[in-house]
Design a protein around this ligand. Structure first.
Ligand code: ATP
Ligand code: MG
Length: 434
């Protein structure tokens, strides 16, 4: 992308309405703009990050054996009356009437709709277990939308739903999803701590929240160092039930708690050199809730003996749009965002310090072509200082700085955003080096 013709409206000033770093930086870097309270337009730079987070989430859901589908944002109120949640959900639910006076709603979550889809289509025990998911916009009319995309009213969520024939199988699905979550967050460069949670309005009997560590997070977190050390992709296999059990035991025996659930006595039992404290942000929440929806909504399948079985269900949410803010909270400095490579909107920015200089233009154009869409080319008629500041603000993992003196000899400067390290290299070596 050429910056001179991109809708990436960076700001020099800090917007007054933004209270936290990620909100400030997302506005300043031109990633998003608010269009109504808690509702955001994703501009090209922001959308690329959102898409990367969705992609990693999707790849890990697929690897765990979940199938992607896409349910609509608008749902009939009738389904929610069947589960009894239409009244319970209260003012957070955006209720709509169409021209025929039919009651609809903008979905805050999809348990009812997926239960209905299974009820229509799945008839036999032979078709289970199944896990399905989608990545879709949700609407919750939050009392106080704040912190930018971290607590929006319209937000993007990955929500998965599992269907099993009995409790034992449902627990395996739950563990498999939990491992998928730890892998997902690790691939995004985040340290995640799973915590036993109350299951809240979704209800049920087993639930975990996933808190990622960020110095500016809302809650205080106490945890065992083990969570930081484990390689979730390398050490456990999704397809081995023994691995899943070993993983789950480790997750539930290692200490991890936020302030309100902190247990000083249990904390004392963690070896002192393994005690860690930090701050965190909730980015995911999983539930096993048994037959809470399948039973009232009449979902049954024929069992092996021909008798009807009520499937056990679970649901599994990742805050995809919240994660964009959470990654920034976990990784930024005074100058701006520092993207982990896996979610960065571009691998590199190419900074042309002297537009119109034949050698600079030539090298920049060549590099831009070689990066094949993975670089943002700063070809604006701007001072070098502005280009440096904007590249730091936008947080690209690498900056390729092309100035006239070096360019005359085919050389450029390569800067690593995370460390500030710079090296002079041949333009021809740039792609190989990064
Ligand atoms: P919270 O306690 O933060 O309101 P929740 O318990 O209501 O979260 P869930 O229903 O479990 O959230 O939704 C799954 C995930 O969706 C959450 O872990 C969070 O990452 C994300 N999420 C929930 N509400 C919002 C929101 N208003 N804006 C952005 N992301 C959200
Ligand atoms: Mg909520």
């Amino acid at each position: 992308m050429r910056l001179s013709r991109s809708l990436i409206p960076t700001l020099k000033e800090t917007p007054a309405e933004a209270q936290i770093a990620s909100h400030r930086l997302m506005l300043r870097a031109g990633m998003v703009r608010q269009t109504a309270a808690g509702i955001y337009a994703w501009l090209p730079l922001g959308l690329r990050v959102l898409a990367n987070i969705a992609r990693i989430t999707r790849e890990e859901q697929d690897a765990a054996g979940a199938q992607e589908l896409l349910m609509p944002t608008i749902q009939p109120a009738e389904l929610w009356r069947e589960s009894g949640r239409y009244e319970d959900y209260g003012k957070e639910m955006l209720r709509i009437r169409d021209r025929h006076d039919r009651e609809l709603l903008y979905g805050p979550t999809n348990e009812e709709m997926i239960t209905d889809l299974f009820r229509q289509s799945v008839k036999s025990y032979r078709e289970l277990p199944q896990i399905v998911y989608h990545i879709q916009w949700k609407f919750r009319d939050e009392v106080r939308p704040r912190f930018g995309v971290m607590r929006g009213r319209e937000f993007l969520m990955k929500d998965a739903y599992s269907f099993d024939l009995d409790h034992e199988a449902a627990v395996v699905s739950y563990r498999r999803m939990m491992l998928a979550y730890m892998r997902t967050f690790q691939r995004m460069g985040l340290k995640a701590i799973p915590m036993l949670a109350e299951s809240g309005p979704i209800g049920g009997d087993l639930s975990h929240e996933f808190i990622i560590l960020a110095p500016t997070g809302e809650s205080q977190v106490f945890y065992d160092a083990a969570f930081e050390d484990i390689d979730y992709s390398g050490e456990f296999s999704q397809s081995s039930e023994a691995d899943l059990e070993r993983f789950f035991d480790l997750m539930t025996t290692c200490y991890g708690a936020t302030d309100d659930k902190h247990d000083a006595t249990a904390w004392e039992r963690v070896a002192p050199d393994r005690r860690r404290e930090g701050r965190g942000i909730e980015v995911g929440h999983i539930f096993h809730f048994g037959t809470k929806y399948s039973k009232p909504m009449g979902l049954t399948v024929a069992g092996a003996d021909g008798r009807p079985v009520i499937p056990e269900m679970g649901s599994y949410g990742v805050g995809v749009s919240r994660l964009v803010g959470a990654v920034i909270e976990a990784s930024h400095d005074e100058a701006g965002i520092i993207w982990p490579d896996s979610v960065a909107p571009f691998r590199a920015a190419i900074l042309n310090l002297k537009l119109g200089d034949a050698a600079c233009d030539h090298i920049c154009e060549q590099l831009y072509a070689d990066f094949a869409g993975q670089a943002l080319y700063d070809d604006r008629e701007e001072r070098a200082g502005v280009k440096f500041a904007d590249a730091d603000l936008m947080g690209h993992p690498w900056q390729v700085v092309v100035g006239p003196r070096g360019a005359a000899n085919g050389r450029v400067e390569l800067k690593r955003r995370a460390t500030g390290e710079r090296q002079e290299v041949l333009a021809a070596d740039v792609l190989r080096l990064i």
